[in-house]
Design a protein around this ligand. Structure first.
Ligand SMILES: O=C(O)[C@H](O)CO
Length: 364
């Protein structure tokens, strides 16, 4: 029965794809007539949901077929997690708590399906999961638009000095009698460079095409499809060219051992003095001390960061003292609809893994 349900859900996903390739969460709500006709009431599996605030859409989906237990503490209490994970068949892993051998050992050998409720999986010991042949899902794509919207917001805020302007008001330094007061960088006719040009990068490029930018450069391991390059007037370049030629650089790549710390003093020294750096990916891709120096000395113009190293960032962090750094607390995917969709996709991943079928969004 579970197999029949999951097969049907795949068909629903296929039929209902929006432009980002993911379904509307409303199609998966309990009470959807298509589902009710085919759902089993049997609770064949036990699934742990690692966070009490996972949106109901995902929980309802799991509950139709599984016994669901849910952690109760926020922030996640590791001891509670290690206790409640014991004996479960599947896990919807929400949050960035380390998913490693300790957790897998605590679960036991029957564990057969896990999905993160995030796009990034840098908190997962992937080799360990692979070694144990446990499939892992995640939730990319569905958060592209929310993260892209935020990236554009950061790009405007950092290039037009929103943070500094607000501080001027707070400090009673309103000096607009100067003609060159708080002048920023233009977006029109600019070159925007993407470090990483997957779904999120492309969603940002799509939005920026409405800002009359001149061209898009990107640095990735593999070239994107020719049609995508044509759509965004995008050209693949090496890292040094990206740094030297871009007016705006947007970091939109996963954190890996190759990308960790790649935006360092050497990189900043190759950038234009007028360049604006945006990071919506992971804080550790940037060497934050060296970014601080580059911003403080005006070696680059400004930065807009949704992610930092570490997170949470201390309120006393020196980065926050800078006029030319706009810093947000990692809220790229934080919209109601996106969170609901993430829970839905993660629940489908878990169910499919339990059924021994390919996940909707496998992480490997
Ligand atoms: O990776 C993700 O899903 C976002 O950064 C939120 O964690």
């Amino acid at each position: 029965m579970l197999n029949r349900f999951i097969g049907l859900s795949a068909a629903i996903v296929g039929r209902s794809s929006r432009s980002n390739g993911f379904p509307s969460s409303s199609l998966f709500k309990a009470g959807n007539p298509s589902q009710n006709r085919t759902m089993s009431t049997g609770k064949a599996f036990k699934v742990l949901v690692t966070h009490p605030e996972v949106p109901q859409q995902g929980i309802d989906l799991l509950k139709q077929n599984c016994e669901v237990i849910q952690l109760q503490s926020v922030p996640i209490n590791r001891a509670e997690l290690l206790e409640k994970i014991r004996g479960v068949d599947g896990v919807l892993w929400a949050g960035h708590e380390p998913l490693n051998a300790e957790a897998l050992d605590a679960a036991g050998p029957q564990l057969k399906s896990i999905s993160a409720m995030s796009a990034g999986i840098d908190f997962v010991d992937v080799p360990e999961l692979k070694r144990r042949k446990i499939p892992l899902g995640h939730t990319p794509t569905v958060l592209n638009t929310a993260v892209a919207d935020l990236a554009v917001g950061l790009l405007i805020a950092a290039s037009r000095r929103f943070h500094e302007g607000r501080k001027k008001i707070d400090n009673d330094q309103w000096e607009n009698y100067h003609l060159n007061w708080l002048l920023g960088q233009d977006i029109r006719d600019s070159t925007v460079g993407f470090y990483g040009f997957g779904g999120i990068g492309q969603a940002i490029a799509k939005r920026l095409s409405g800002f009359d930018i001149d061209k898009v450069l990107y640095t990735t391991r593999r070239r994107v499809h020719k049609e995508i390059e044509e759509e965004y007037n995008a050209k693949k370049v090496d890292f040094d060219t990206l740094l030297a030629d871009s007016d705006f650089i947007v970091i939109a790549s996963p954190l890996t051992k190759d990308t960790q710390g790649i935006f360092n003093a050497t990189a900043f020294n190759k950038m234009k003095k007028s360049a604006v750096l945006i990071n919506i990916a992971r804080g550790k891709i940037v060497n934050q001390d060296e970014l601080y120096e580059a911003l403080k000395s005006n070696r680059i113009f400004s930065a807009g960061l949704d992610v930092t190293d570490p997170e949470p960032l201390s309120p006393k962090d020196k980065l926050l003292t800078l006029d030319n750094a706009v810093v947000l607390p990692h809220i790229g995917s934080a919209t109601n609809r996106t969170r609901a969709d993430m829970s839905t996709i993660a629940a489908h991943n878990v169910l499919r893994g339990l059924a021994g079928e390919p996940m909707l969004s496998p992480a490997y």
